[in-house]
Write a protein that binds this ligand. Structure first.
Ligand SMILES: Cc1cc2nc3c(=O)[nH]c(=O)nc-3n(C[C@H](O)[C@H](O)[C@H](O)COP(=O)(O)O)c2cc1C
Length: 189
């Protein structure tokens, strides 16, 4: 009888020890097993660089938003096309898919600033999933204009999401401030 009680007690203790309330802030190893997605769209590589730096620091799953859509090689023609697409609310078709969005509590979403807003592919991404109730953490790379309407527009498209207002905004190679920002973001949870 005493033996049984001891075994039960040990079992309870080990269960409690194995299941503490863990925030996703703890360690990279824990985050790797938990529920963080770092989704990004990147045309010329800057946003990809930031996405990879975020994953490197906090773990989680990296996901590249890709489309079957092409742009002209010439920069001016490309930017003109994007301007038109944004004004027409064009949504490119996505060619990559998150296998199980339900498993993620927190979704980092990265986009370049294109004409003051997020890239159309990022709109397509947000509209393709049920992100209601999830914590959305935007990160934006830009060419000098800063945040402009990017986070505001992302928030409008992401209905029912909890969008973090303290978004990261910077250049692709400007990952110096990333540590500090990630510490602030993760400390909130
Ligand atoms: C079509 C287009 C529009 C852009 N519009 C802006 C803008 O309005 N403001 C800004 O600061 N940078 C703008 N940029 C610069 C990009 O935001 C910047 O280069 C970004 O880091 C690119 O990210 P990526 O390499 O991940 O594609 C624009 C770039 C392109 C190609």
């Amino acid at each position: 009888m005493i033996k049984k009680a001891l075994v039960l007690g040990a079992l309870t203790l080990s269960l409690l020890a194995g299941a503490p309330q863990k925030a996703w802030t703890q360690t990279k190893e824990e985050n790797n097993m938990s529920r963080i997605l770092i989704a990004y769209y990147s045309y010329s590589g800057n946003t990809k660089q930031v996405a990879e730096a975020i994953q490197d620091k906090i773990g989680g799953d990296l996901f590249e938003i890709q489309t079957n859509h092409t742009y002209p090689a010439e920069y001016r023609a490309m930017t003109d096309q994007v301007k038109k697409e944004i004004s027409e609310k064009f949504r490119p078709e996505l060619t990559t898919k998150v296998a199980d969005m339900k498993q993620y509590d927190t979704v980092f979403i990265g986009s370049p600033n294109w004409w003051g807003t997020i890239a159309p592919a990022v709109d397509s991404f947000i509209e393709s999933y049920d992100l209601k109730g999830k914590k959305i953490v935007p990160f934006i790379t830009n060419g000098g204009g800063g945040v402009q309407n990017t986070v505001k527009d992302l928030t409008a498209v992401c209905q029912g999401c909890h969008v973090e207002t303290n978004a990261w905004v910077g250049y692709g190679n400007d990952t110096a401030g990333l540590d500090r920002w990630l510490t602030q973001i993760t400390a909130q949870k």
